[in-house]
Design a protein around this ligand. Structure first.
Ligand SMILES: Cc1cc2nc3c(=O)[nH]c(=O)nc-3n(C[C@H](O)[C@H](O)[C@H](O)COP(=O)(O)OP(=O)(O)OC[C@H]3O[C@@H](n4cnc5c(N)ncnc54)[C@H](O)[C@@H]3O)c2cc1C
Ligand SMILES: NC(=O)c1ccc[n+]([C@@H]2O[C@H](COP(=O)([O-])OP(=O)(O)OC[C@H]3O[C@@H](n4cnc5c(N)ncnc54)[C@H](OP(=O)(O)O)[C@@H]3O)[C@@H](O)[C@H]2O)c1
Length: 378
């Protein structure tokens, strides 16, 4: 197989896209099918796809107009390529999130006006700087603090635009020469402006069948299924876009006629608007590849119901599966969900297994050592 990486990505194309949430949803989550024909690219369920996006052209043009620069002026881009300024800003530079280098350079130009942020550039002000920058983009600073920049001078203070990772939502055995993704489009309002996440809106707004999508595989570091003939049960906890690798897992298990039991915990905001891939789970249940399915729609009632609420409601069975040697996989939000699911698992082990808090922690540690507790959280 040819080696694809950041320096040598495979340039793929979109073959299909569809909404997974309804227009009434508070979210915009989409399914993408990307054609890999000719690449000989190989991956396993649990791997991620790196996607190199390009920036929003309207934002690029607004930045160039604000700085009154010539879009055709040739610069050395942050990717160390000579190209016209507009091309460099579209393809190679971070033009949304400001960092210290940019803020320092602007502070030197605008003097006293920079007092708003200059003090936050000290090493011990990391958290305060992050709080201050939350919701602020480079364009806000350029509009609020007009200054004269040479094209190269401006490009030189910008970081190189990086790839974004997406958990792969399909199995090559079920969909040869394709890779499927489940992506939540990131949009929000801040400081009176509409903001767009670079890569998720690249996929939702700026990609059609002809758009080059540079990609490569990032291996899933142990987020792996047991062998098909191994009948170890698996428990999959994947709220929101965390569902993606488990769609790949179940496709793989059907393709390999895997023997073990499978239990899925899925959650999202509402059943009618956010039940991602609803019909597929029913089919896996009918076909005997999904033995338990527990759903947690957080906003369908007055109080929040999350995946860990369902885990605790099913504590006796959850414990029985753990004692049978089940592998627990968790995917999705790292900031809150993963910690809360971890806490719920400890509580189940204490209550159902009659363990103290320390013994439950030791039980979970042993699961980790045995590679029976695997997380892919972001
Ligand atoms: C291993 C791995 C697997 C992943 N799998 C998936 C997946 O399957 N599906 C998926 O959708 N994502 C997944 N992600 C996340 C994905 O990589 C991107 O981070 C995500 O799509 C956002 O990227 P973006 O370029 O659209 O947004 P960016 O341009 O990177 O913008 C996101 C940033 O915007 C800011 N921001 C966001 N909301 C607000 C707000 N309300 N107010 C102020 N600022 C805000 C934050 O600084 C945030 O970090 C995964 C990440 C990893 C590491
Ligand atoms: N670090 C962050 O700021 C953060 C956090 C979450 C998601 N995101 C990003 O937002 C986008 C969309 O995320 P997503 O579609 O994957 O879904 P998500 O926002 O993670 O939400 C999926 C479900 O999880 C619920 N949830 C919220 N807090 C939870 C908790 N502590 N424990 C268990 N479940 C919890 C949500 O409920 P409610 O929404 O009703 O509370 C919702 O029902 C992604 O790009 C993701 O990276 C970022």
């Amino acid at each position: 197989m040819p080696v694809y990486n950041l320096k040598n990505p495979f340039v793929a194309h979109l073959s299909k896209a569809r909404m997974l949430t309804t227009p009434a949803s508070a979210k915009d989550t989409r399914h993408y099918e990307i054609d890999l024909s000719g690449s000989e690219m190989e991956f396993l369920p649990g791997d991620s796809l790196a996607v190199k996006p390009t920036n929003c052209p309207e934002l690029v043009d607004e930045i160039i107009a604000t700085l009154k620069l010539d879009p055709e002026a040739v610069v050395m881009s942050p990717a160390k390529q000579e190209k016209p300024l507009r091309e460099a800003l579209l393809a190679d530079a971070v033009i949304t999130a400001p960092d210290k280098k940019f803020l320092k350079a602007l502070a030197e130009k605008v003097g006293d006006e920079a007092s708003e942020w200059a003090g936050l550039l000290e090493v011990d002000q990391k958290k305060a700087l992050a709080d201050y920058l939350w919701g602020r983009e480079i364009i806000d600073f350029l509009l609020a603090h007009p200054a004269s920049w040479e094209p190269q001078e401006f490009v030189s203070v910008l970081k190189k635009l990086n790839v974004r990772l997406y958990s792969i939502a399909s199995s090559l055995k079920a969909y040869p020469e394709q890779v499927h993704l489940t992506v939540a489009t990131v949009t929000y309002d801040s400081m009176g402006r509409k903001r767009k996440g670079v890569c998720s809106t690249f996929l939702s707004d700026r990609v059609d069948a002809t758009t080059p999508i540079p990609t490569f595989i990032t291996p899933g570091k142990g987020f792996r299924l047991p062998e098909p003939e191994d009948d170890t049960p698996i428990i999959m906890v994947g709220p929101g876009t965390g569902i993606a690798p488990f769609r790949a897992f179940l496709q793989e298990r059907r393709a390999t006629e895997a023997k073990g039991k499978a239990w899925l915990f899925f959650g999202d905001q509402t059943r009618v608007n956010d039940f991602l891939y609803e019909e597929e789970w029913e089919q896996y249940q009918e076909d005997g590849y999904l033995h338990e399915l527990d759903l947690a729609f957080s906003r369908d009632q007055d109080h929040k119901i999350y995946v860990q609420t369902r885990m605790k409601e099913r504590a006796a069975d959850f414990w029985a599966w753990l004692e049978e040697g089940a592998i627990v996989y968790v995917c999705g939000d790292a900031s809150r969900m993963a910690g809360d699911v971890d806490k719920a698992m400890h509580e189940i082990i204490e209550e159902q297994g009659g363990r103290s808090a320390e013994e439950a922690a030791a039980y979970v540690d042993q699961m980790k050592k045995d590679k029976r507790y695997r997380r892919d959280v972001y």
